[in-house]
Ligand binder design. Sequence first.
Ligand code: ADP
Ligand code: F6P
Length: 410
Amino acid sequence: MANKVKTIGVLTSGGDAPGMNAAIRSVVRTALAAGLNVKGIKRGYAGLLDEDIVDMDTKSVADILQRGGTILYTARCLEFKEPEVQKRGAEILRKHGIDGLVVIGGDGSFQGASKLAALGINTVGLPGTIDLDIACTEYTIGFDTAVNTAMEAIDKVRDTSTSHERCSIIEVMGRQAGYIALWCGIANGAEDILMVEKYDHDEQRIINNILDKKKLGKKHHIIINAEGVGDSYGMAERIEKATGIETRATIIGHIQRGGSPTCKDRVYASAMGAKAVDLLCEGATNRVVGYRDGEFIDYDIQEALQMTKGIDEYMYEISKSYLSATEEKLILGYRQQYEKYIQHIEIEYQALVNQINEEVTMFKTLLALVFDGPENQKLEASVAVAISAGVQEEKLLKNRAERDAFFIAE
Ligand code: ADP
Ligand code: F6P
């Protein structure tokens, strides 16, 4: 089948994201392999209007797969929202012989791509944003790297927070979306996650939670605050005043946008780049590539822009460290563990302690579980470990009879 396009242009627009270079490389190399010409447009729509357009060959994308940022630079160009300016953009593309365009960016960038499609330029969008806030796709280029960077930074804050027995409010990026906050909240075992989509602004609840956990001997308190909620410094001051616990705010910031992309971001961005070129070769236009249910798929840009997505309820529930709608699932998990334990009642004391710690960490719940052993000493030690791991005292099952009653009654 003859290719429907002869020259593909590629640009990155909006906030940069790790993995954009992998996508550019894949677009260039796939297009060259299909016998097409490729041109790189610098600084998004701003560079298009300035005709900052360069020929790209296989060497232009050598040694970039592992690099963060975007070799094509990126920009926000507000004037591109104007119809007259979009027409000028389409004319410039035609002047340079570009009849297919790959736009790597977020929803705003796709709007621009859609306008160019209406003006006769075949366009395909690739979702490039650390925010994961594009409704038509479960994956966006850069999210995986950003969330891993944020997770590592939060681990570091946690070390110092524990040493000083402080409360830490850590603000992560995401604009109005809470995905980075949610994933870090789970991955870092935060006590609270504040996201625009869910936060009820009940600061007293946060304060009570901190005080309750302090009573249980908790040495630090981590709150992940999404950028869209903001006011981390103000919140830190208020929490310190209300709890008497030293509280610090850390805004992780642009570190989250940089760095070498993870394996996932390199591989998925490469797959998406290749798919964009395939679509253009088939004559498709006004499409956006997404990832859903294990497959790379594509949608009409306007349809994709109408889609909405929210915070996954199940993920949100498991992120909570107190008993919630997941209670039943957790109890089920404990019951299965319990059945295993009664078969191994002679378990070594240290192994017992380790297992309790693991259990509490794994389920992140205050539901108590005490594995009593044949001697009272073991029971006491188990209770102490459970309390220091954050189990609420009133929920402890303090002896075998209570424990059996709990599991059998459930
Ligand atoms: P993102 O693409 O990450 O959502 P922005 O919302 O900042 O980031 O959009 C990036 C760029 O896309 C804008 O600076 C502008 O050049 C272009 N753009 C945004 N909205 C539109 C629109 N409605 N029409 C045309 N171009 C747009
Ligand atoms: O969209 C990516 C993002 O990093 C958001 O998380 C954040 O709100 C915004 O861009 C920051 O933009 P800038 O780099 O212009 O400060």
